[in-house]
Design a protein around this ligand. Structure first.
Ligand code: ZN
Length: 434
């Protein structure tokens, strides 16, 4: 590739040539837009025709529409009319993150270069599309949209914000308007079949109810506490065995060091002596540290965990519905929810609820049910020492009511899975994740 530099001395990357297949897709996009298709409709059509988008991914409306002020998006890209625009942006390093971020240059600093051999859209088609884009912008009141985005960002978070995913494609289940959630890919790209949404308020009620009544059933919690206690005791005896062995080794290392130091004091010099001294001293430091940190206290769980947990969630639920002081409660409830997946219901009955799977964060759940204000248990739960215990030990696998499959705890992840919806009353799954 030939490297040239522009008038500011920056390297021009990628000397361009027309890729005919891509050019055909671009012409199709402009033609559809000129005929009045919205960017969302265009994205859906292209995805429906299995035409790969930029970087091989599915088409998105934003890629097609772009941003008016920034002059981005396929429909606003002047390169397709044979004009290359340079120097639209400059890059600065964000001092907080160290990442390069783009900033717009004033339009007076933009540099336009005629590259007529790269034109793929004729002027009439371009003008027609630009008129349409401008008309849509005026009709929608773009400055009002900016204000709406600002408002959206400032608005208090909902309990489920950022936690709801599509059971069909794994993508986000985004908000439509004030009180409705549906699969973003199904709505905007047509790449997912999960077209059924759910009202946010309805989903919140289901999830809060599941947290209160399903996720910590007394019989499951009893099993959980039993398993946890067994694991707790096993770890404790492992720890005390290790502690005793470390103490014995420390005594021995200290004796050897003392012996060496005496020998050196009496004038003994031998090759490798210094190295031996260093090794022993390093081991002594290591053993001392191991012995000092061996005493991290783990929370012992009360058999009444389920009751305590339920009372707390009920309190939180009440706090959430109050006008004031809801923020702390909101964050506390959010911490209990790992994710919520929404899939289409089985069968075609339009009245049936989507299938809702709630994955709870068990460390947070157990933390919530521990004695309030007991700092040791709280610190221990949050501390690295215990998160390891949870990661390896908390998982219990249970089937439906008739079949309780209790597995060994080692190597299982810390998730509880609950199926809500039709089988809401029966199916409590403590799911083993790989
Ligand atoms: Zn989806």
């Amino acid at each position: 590739m030939v490297r040239r530099t522009d008038r500011k001395g920056e390297t021009i990357r990628g000397e361009r040539a027309i890729n005919e297949a891509e050019a055909a897709v671009i012409r199709r996009i402009f033609t559809m837009a000129a005929e009045g298709a919205s960017p969302i409709a265009i994205a859906k059509t292209l995805n429906g025709a299995k035409i790969p988008g930029p970087n091989g991914r599915a088409w998105q409306d934003t890629t097609i529409r772009g941003h008016a002020e920034r002059g981005t998006g396929i429909l606003r890209n002047e390169l397709y009319t044979g004009v290359q625009v340079w120097n639209r942006m400059h890059y600065i390093k964000d001092p907080a993150t160290g990442k390069r971020v783009s900033r717009m240059n004033p339009t007076t600093e933009w540099v336009r270069e005629e590259v007529p051999h790269l034109r793929i859209i004729d002027q009439d088609l371009w003008d027609c599309v630009q008129e349409r884009l401008a008309a849509v912008r005026i009709a929608s009141g773009a400055d009002k949209i900016d204000r709406a985005v600002f408002h959206e960002r400032r608005r208090a978070k909902h309990v489920l914000t950022g936690k709801v995913f599509c059971g069909g494609c794994g993508g986000s289940f985004g908000a439509v308007g004030q009180d409705y959630l549906s699969c973003t890919a199904a709505r905007k790209q047509g790449t997912c079949d999960n077209r059924r949404g759910i009202r946010r308020s309805e989903l919140e009620i289901l999830i809060l109810d599941a947290l209160r009544h399903q996720l910590m059933q007394p019989e499951h919690v009893a099993e959980f506490v039993t398993e946890y206690t067994a694991e707790y005791n096993r770890l404790n005896s492992e720890r005390s065995a290790a502690l005793a062995s470390h103490k014995r080794e420390l005594e021995s290392v200290t004796r050897k060091l003392d012996g060496l130091i005496d020998a050196i004091a009496e004038g003994m010099r031998a090759p490798g002596l210094q190295q031996k001294l260093d090794t022993l001293e390093a081991r002594k430091v290591e053993l001392t540290r191991l012995i000092e940190t061996a005493g991290i206290s783990l929370p012992l769980l009360h058999p009444n965990l389920a009751e305590t947990y339920r009372e707390r969630v009920t309190d939180l639920h009440a706090a959430l519905t109050r006008e004031d002081g809801g923020t702390a409660a909101l964050e506390a409830v959010r911490a209990l929810i790992e994710r919520v997946d929404v899939s289409p219901p089985d069968g075609d009955d339009p009245r049936s609820l989507p299938k809702i799977v709630l994955t709870g964060a068990i460390a947070a759940m157990v933390g919530l049910a521990l004695e309030p204000g007991s700092r040791t248990s709280k610190a221990a739960l949050c501390g690295a020492g215990v998160s390891g215990l949870f990661a390896s030990s908390v998982m219990v696998v249970a089937g439906n009511r008739s079949h309780h499959d209790l597995r060994g705890l080692q190597g299982l992840a810390r998730e509880i899975k609950l199926v809500a919806g039709e089988e809401f009353q029966q199916d409590l799954l403590f799911r083993a994740a790989a």
